[in-house]
Write a new protein. Structure first.
Length: 70
C-alpha cells in the first residue's frame, strides 16, 4: 500500500499529458479523464475511466472501466 500511496501522490502532482485526475478514493480507486490521442479517430474524445487497485498491487494490475465517452 505504501507504493500505491506514493505513486498516487505523484500522479496527483504531475499527471501524464492528456490526463486529468478527478479524484483518488482511499488510494485504491482513481477516477480520471483521458483525452483521445492526437491523429487518431479518438482525438476529439474524452474518456472517463475508473481504475481499481487491489491490495496485491503491483503484483496484480489494476482493473479498469470506461464510463463515458464525451
Amino acid at each position: 500500500m505504501k507504493i500505491l500511496y506514493r505513486q498516487n501522490q505523484e500522479v496527483k502532482k504531475n499527471p501524464p499529458d492528456g490526463v486529468t485526475i478527478i479524484n483518488i478514493d482511499e488510494f485504491q480507486n482513481i477516477n480520471a479523464e483521458i483525452e483521445g490521442p492526437v491523429e487518431t479517430p479518438y482525438s476529439e474524445g474524452v474518456f472517463r475511466i475508473k481504475l481499481c487497485f487491489s491490495s496485491d498491487f503491483p503484483l496484480e494490475p489494476p482493473k479498469g472501466r470506461i464510463f463515458i465517452f464525451i
